[in-house]
Ligand binder design. Structure first.
Ligand code: 5GP
Length: 204
């Protein structure tokens, strides 16, 4: 029987750099994993590729996916819907592949309820001022939207208590190093490997 892969959930406040950290992990192939591409009703930003960054869909199509029970979780976030298609995640985990989700804190809460065995990593900003500057520098949102996201971040930081790990995104390289260390450690945690060893001693 193939051992199941790890479900890695990377979350944290908007603008904390989840997307950048995720991209660094993907581009540098920091550890072997599959990325779960989310579905969204948000319009693509310059450079974003459909099917790679997101599946960009209409509200109607998103509503249909909810109705058909195709989403592991979904959330409305600053006027747009975001959700995780469940079938590909399940397939990859069953094949023994680690799967990375990069989702907002509400989505992560739902995933924790449905798949408590996942590894939940909370990415934190060094401070709220840095978060504000990062959102401004990205230059893709209006000041109103930025203020909305900062307010949301204040509340989101407190939900860290429901996670397994907190990683400070002071630099992307540091955050990536910590995440790699977490994944390596999780792969050898006794609760995950004990069944393999039980089988080994029975077979001896
Ligand atoms: P952005 O519009 O900046 O790409 O993403 C906005 C927020 O939506 C980010 O916090 C991002 O992590 C989150 N997000 C992306 N995909 C999903 C998803 O599938 N589900 C949920 N709940 N949030 C998501």
């Amino acid at each position: 029987m193939t051992e199941k892969g790890l479900l890695l959930v990377l979350s944290g406040p908007s603008g904390v750099g989840k997307g950048t950290v995720k991209s660094a992990i993907v581009e540098n192939k920091v550890f072997p994993f599959e990325y779960s591409v989310s579905m969204t009703t948000r319009k693509p930003r310059p450079g974003e590729v459909d099917g790679q960054d997101y599946y960009f869909v209409s509200e109607e199509k998103f509503g249909e996916a909810i109705k058909q029970g195709e989403l592991l979780e979904y959330n409305k976030y600053v006027n747009n819907y975001y959700g995780t298609p469940f079938a590909p995640v399940k397939k990859m985990l069953d094949e023994g592949k680690d799967v990375l989700l990069e989702i907002d804190v509400n989505g992560a809460k739902t995933v924790r309820e449905k798949m408590p065995d996942g590894v939940f990593i909370f990415l934190t900003p060094p401070d709220l001022h840095t978060l504000h500057l990062r959102l401004e520098n990205r230059g893709t949102e209006s000041e109103d939207v930025i203020l909305g996201r900062i307010n949301q971040a204040r509340q989101e930081i407190l939900v860290m208590q429901d996670y397994d790990y907190a990683v400070v995104n002071d630099t992307v390289a540091n955050a990536v190093d910590h995440i790699k260390a977490i994944v390596d450690a999780e792969h050898v945690s006794v609760k995950r490997v004990i069944d393999t060893y039980r089988k080994m001693v029975r077979e001896d």
